[in-house]
Structures are given as C-alpha cells and as structure tokens.
Design a protein around this ligand. Sequence first.
Ligand SMILES: Cc1cc2nc3c(=O)[nH]c(=O)nc-3n(C[C@H](O)[C@H](O)[C@H](O)COP(=O)(O)O)c2cc1C
Length: 163
Amino acid sequence: MSDDPIKDVLRRLPYGLYSITSRMDDEINAMVLNWFSQISFEPQLVAIAVQKTSYSYKLISLGKVFIVNVFNKKEVGAIKPFIKGHSKSPDKMKDAMFTEGPITGCPILEGAAAYLECKVSAIHDVGGDHNIIVGEVVGAGRIKPGDAKDSLTLPDLGWSYAG
Ligand SMILES: Cc1cc2nc3c(=O)[nH]c(=O)nc-3n(C[C@H](O)[C@H](O)[C@H](O)COP(=O)(O)O)c2cc1C
C-alpha cells in the first residue's frame, strides 16, 4: 500500500496482460499492454490506451490496424522479448517468431493462445499521456485451448502498470 488511495485502488483493478502488435507498410512492432477492454457489442469494438510517445502509437495511428495477442498463463515467457520499447530495443522484432494476421498483416506472436484482428475506427486524445485507440474487431483466431481463467493477467506476473 502507498499513502495515495487513488493509486492503490487503481492498482487493485484486475487487468489482463496482452501484446499489441502493429504494422505500417513493412514496419512491424509488438508491445506489452494491460489497458485493454471490449467497449461495444454491436459493432464489436475494443479500446486500448497507448502511450503517445511509444513506437506502437505511431505505427497504429498511421497503419490503422493492430492485433491483440492473448496468452495462456503458462506462456508468460512469450511476451518477455517485447517488454522493452523500440527506442531501447530497436531490433526486438528481428528474432521474433510470428505469422501474419490474414486481414491486417500484423504479427500473431509465437506462443499466443488467441488473437483479435482490429481495424482502427477512432483515436481519442483524452488529454493525458495515453490516447484511446478504438478498434473494430474484424477477425479472430483460437490457437490453443483455454478460456478467460487460463489467460495471462497482470497479477500473474506481480507487475503494476496503473496508479
Ligand atoms: C506490465 C506492463 C504493462 C504495460 N501496459 C501498457 C499500457 O496499457 N499502455 C501503454 O501504452 N503502455 C503500456 N506499457 C508500457 C509499454 O509496453 C512501453 O511503453 C513500451 O516501451 C512501448 O513499446 P514501443 O515503443 O516499442 O511501442 C506496459 C508495460 C508493462 C511492462
């Protein structure tokens, strides 16, 4: 616990943990992200909050596509190569194993249990350090068996990205 109740409560929320992959022409990237949610049934929309200074933000806002890679808990090692940002690790995709999403061409990372292919339908500047990127889900794949209780979450790693 910290002495800031707002931080404490924001950190108490049970976030998932994903890798968001992106593509603009031949440029591809993968980042680790927990600020993700479905936000509409019809159409099926999702939203991610992405740091404005990240390389992923640039690729997604220009390329207008992204994939949400979902992992099973036991595949935690699969996201580790993508934790560092492009500025510190410009070659992080060089040895990455992936296939291309059939609709968006974004990477489906080796080890992913499932994925959502998304086309950007809106970007909202919310006046903070992250912007909200809304994506319409245009495709999905189930690679490994499992359901919500099997999916990797932020608490599984004991990490925090909130507060
Ligand atoms: C556990 C964890 C969760 C994260 N969640 C988010 C998030 O929800 N949104 C975000 O923009 N960055 C998040 N980050 C930070 C990005 O992964 C980080 O800014 C990364 O450097 C961006 O990579 P890029 O510049 O290659 O796109 C998270 C990092 C970690 C370790």
